[in-house]
Design a binder for this molecule. Structure first.
Ligand SMILES: *Cc1c(COP(=O)(O)O)cnc(C)c1O
Length: 456
């Protein structure tokens, strides 16, 4: 097989500012050993997130120049609406400024005290919006999805038996909708199978509960279905994506992911009553129904992005390049979450730095070291992000200590990735030199964003 090449040429470039390891050692110290405080110009390769960091295409930029900035009835809105409806088939298409705005509106309409929202795994903003409405967010991930060492095709699947048990125990009348997140971002970007979506649909039908898809990475998920579910090997990714949406009654979407844009999102659904309520909230909080908090030109870019993301040469490059990154690290012995998902690599810091106990943030030690060695920015997903302190002062660690390297779409080439592999392997070879860290400042909520740390 030949090398998978980037399926694009580069027309516009953004220089990287080079720094030395000595400079970076000082920069990360001045940032309190927290990469959220680094200036992006001091970062060589930025893997903090894949959200809104996509490189847009020439066609998207020309769409931006061509956008119709009318407040109401903009041509750009209708192009966007057509693109979303063609893909999803939903009746009401409501633009929002990003994914969480769609969630906020949806759960303002259907959430509320006494209600329960099941999901394979709620993304953190989804959970926050469910809980903010007063409802309860329940994660029902399949057992295999909880085992980082097990290699399986669809580790994002929902546990359908637990779903049915939850409905019987708590009552279908308290479950306004069931949600399924594709791919499962919080679970490592692992895909959900079409078979699982169909099973969840059957449960929805049995109890007359609507199904909504958190569709942020719908195209990556559809491509995994094509690769891994034999029934779909000959189908186009667009057909597969359409079939996924055909089982649902609505979706929320952050276009900053598989919309291939820097900002935007939408809420879509078939229910007329919920849509009317949603549009009223939209007008109060986001803007009129034909722009929803975006510039109209942004809607052009989303419409074009939804076409480009379904290009199978793009998806092949996207999934293969993430797999390549993971494969080379695995060959060098670096421990990671397997199999690699769609949008990110997750280093397993418990095995990377076993000599550092969870209360000394092994993941953060790795994050700081790969920044120092190579200027790579990553994010800890472990004790710093999710750890808690018991009343007796003991640290309660989350199940995994991970370092996420999320890969922006169409931004880096294979030689950037090769450089990162070299740096991570170097950090792994010198892992015994990694030292534990401690917090010197933490905020009461979401402390990882603003924490100050130092070495023990
Ligand atoms: C990013 C994301 C969201 C929220 O979208 P924003 O655009 O960041 O508000 C919701 N769900 C999933 C699965 C996501 O990855």
């Amino acid at each position: 097989m030949k090398t998978t090449i980037e399926p694009f040429k580069i027309k516009s470039v953004e220089p990287i500012r080079f720094t030395t390891a000595e400079q970076r050692a000082a920069l990360i110290r001045e940032a309190y050993y927290n990469p959220f405080f680094l200036k992006s110009e001091d970062v060589l390769i930025d893997f903090l997130t894949d959200s809104g960091t996509t490189a847009m295409s020439a066609k998207q930029w020309s769409g931006i120049m061509d956008g119709d900035e009318a407040y109401a009835g903009s041509r750009s809105y209708f192009r966007f609406e057509d693109a979303v409806r063609d893909l999803t088939g939903f009746k009401h298409i409501i633009p929002t400024h990003q994914g969480r705005a769609a969630e906020k509106i949806l759960f303002s309409v259907v959430g509320g005290a006494g209600n329960i929202i099941p999901n394979n795994t709620h993304f953190d903003t989804t959970r926050a919006n469910v809980e903010y409405s007063g409802a309860e967010a329940v994660d029902l991930l399949n057992e295999i999805g909880k085992k980082p060492e097990v290699i399986a095709d669809f580790k994002g699947n929902m546990d359908v038996e637990s779903l049915e048990r939850l409905i019987q125990e708590r009552g279908a009348e308290h479950i306004p909708l069931i949600m399924i997140t594709v791919t499962n971002n919080s679970g490592g970007g692992q895909p959900v199978s079409m078979a699982n979506i169909r099973e969840v649909r059957r449960v929805c039908d049995r109890y007359n509960i609507p199904l909504f898809i958190d569709a942020c990475r719908f195209a990556e998920n559809a491509y995994f279905i094509k690769l891994r579910e034999p029934e779909f090997a000959q189908k186009s990714v667009r057909e597969i994506a359409r079939e996924m949406f055909s089982y649902a009654d609505g979706c929320t979407m952050s276009a900053k992911k598989d919309g291939m844009v820097n900002t935007g999102g939408f809420l879509a659904m078939n229910n007329d009553d919920w849509a009317a309520k949603s549009k009223n909230i939209l007008i109060i909080t986001e803007g009129f129904t034909t722009y929803g908090g975006l510039a109209r030109r942004d809607l052009e870019a989303i419409a074009q992005g939804l076409e480009e993301v379904l290009d199978e040469n793009y998806l092949n490059y996207r999934i293969r390049s993430t797999e390549y990154f993971g494969k080379k690290l695995t060959e060098a012995g670096v421990p990671l979450l397997l199999p690699t998902g769609g949008h990110a690599i997750y280093l397993d810091a418990r095995r990377f730095a076993p000599h550092i106990p969870p209360e000394q943030f092994p993941g953060q030690a790795v994050v700081c070291e790969i920044y120092r060695i190579a200027g790579i920015r990553s994010v800890e997903i472990g004790s710093l992000m999710f750890g808690k302190t018991a009343e007796n002062g003991q640290h309660i660690a989350p199940p995994m200590e991970l370092v996420r390297l999320a890969i922006p779409r169409r931004v880096y080439t294979q030689s950037h990735i090769d450089y990162c592999i070299e740096a991570i392997v170097e950090a792994y070879e010198k892992r015994n030199d990694l030292r534990g860290m401690k917090l010197i400042y933490e905020a009461p909520y979401l402390r990882h964003f603003t924490a100050h740390l130092e070495y023990v």
